[in-house]
Write a protein that binds this ligand. Structure first.
Ligand code: NAD
Length: 282
């Protein structure tokens, strides 16, 4: 994507949250094809820490190396041995990120987004999260652009399996694809740093963003590409952006309205506002 250009008009800058939610509800209720981008912030109230932002894992501990996939390719068997050791350690550590994801339940933000889909307002949801919570809340039209932590994927043919149905034999690492005639190396479905995003997911996100007549961005720091580019693609084609985030982001200046609050508080109110406007025929 090229330079998106400058924002035409700034958003309401979070001065009056109730008024901002009302305005956001008006924009969403008028739209025919709302596409959503979510990030780690939408799952924070489910007990899963974010990476960036206030209290995020990286804000506190610093960023990890960005060449994870290259290290994986250099020694797939060694990577898997470490992976299995780490998994055992994580399972024993109540404070681990893995335990937080495994024990998390959808929160009111996930439920509100599923309701907006049910109302026919949200037509597609792109998530950077790997936690499966949107699906578990009842959302149906989802692209998990960074994969799903509960699945495994073959790097050669792209076949996927629930991790629970793909036992890893520690005597034969790396695990190999179960598809007849493939034998490709299998890894977690989660997209690692430096790993290409599967082409099918990318082209679906691109197509949905081009179709959007409104884009809702929730709980992402909007600094990871290509995900952060999808709202701007829609914006360039005339779709208003609505943002929900307690902190400003690089997308804030492009947003028609930025609701400065926690997703679990704002989204249920936003869904109620849309429901009321739709019921009133507004
Ligand atoms: P991020 O960690 O970079 O940023 C989190 C954003 O959420 C910040 O802008 C923060 O202000 C906002 N936020 C914090 N609390 C919030 C709340 N209650 N409601 C709404 N917003 C809130 O997250 P990112 O932009 O998604 O990028 C991080 C990458 O790490 C993603 O690619 C994702 O794959 C991965 N990740 C996933 C999970 C998960 O699956 N739940 C969790 C952490 C990181």
């Amino acid at each position: 994507m090229g330079d998106p250009g400058s924002p035409a008009a700034g958003p309401t800058q979070g001065g009056d949250l109730a008024a901002d939610i009302d305005r956001a509800g008006e924009i969403l209720a008028r739209a025919q094809y709302v596409v959503v981008l979510t990030g780690a912030g939408v799952s924070k109230e489910s007990g899963i820490p974010t990476f960036r932002g206030d209290g995020g894992l990286w804000t506190v501990n610093g960023e990890p190396p960005m060449n994870g996939f290259q290290l994986f390719l250099e020694d797939t068997a060694g990577w898997w041995r470490q992976r299995l050791d780490r998994r055992r350690a994580d399972e024993a550590d109540p404070a681990s990120f893995a335990r937080a994801v495994d024990e998390a339940r959808p929160n009111p933000a996930h439920a509100a987004l599923a309701e907006l889909e049910h109302l026919g307002v949200v037509r597609h949801l792109i998530t950077q999260n790997v936690d499966d919570l949107h699906r578990r809340a009842g959302q149906r039209e989802i692209t998990e652009i960074h994969g799903n932590r509960h699945w495994m994927r073959c790097l050669d043919c792209g076949a996927r399996w629930p991790a629970s149905e793909f036992p890893v034999d520690e005597g034969r690492l790396p695990p190999r694809c179960a598809q007849p005639g493939c034998e490709g190396v299998v890894k977690d479905d989660t997209v690692m740093f430096g790993e290409p995003i599967p082409a099918e997911a990318l082209s679906r996100c691109d197509a949905e963003s081009r179709r959007a007549d409104c884009f809702l961005v929730v709980g992402t720091s909007a600094v990871v590409m290509p995900a952060a580019g999808f709202p701007l693609l829609a914006w360039q084609r005339g779709a208003p952006l609505v943002e929900v985030n307690p902190e400003p982001t690089p997308l804030t200046g492009y947003a028609e309205v930025s609701c400065r609050g926690a997703a679990g508080d704002v989204l249920p109110e936003l869904a109620a506002a849309v429901r009321a406007r739709r019921a009133a025929g507004a």
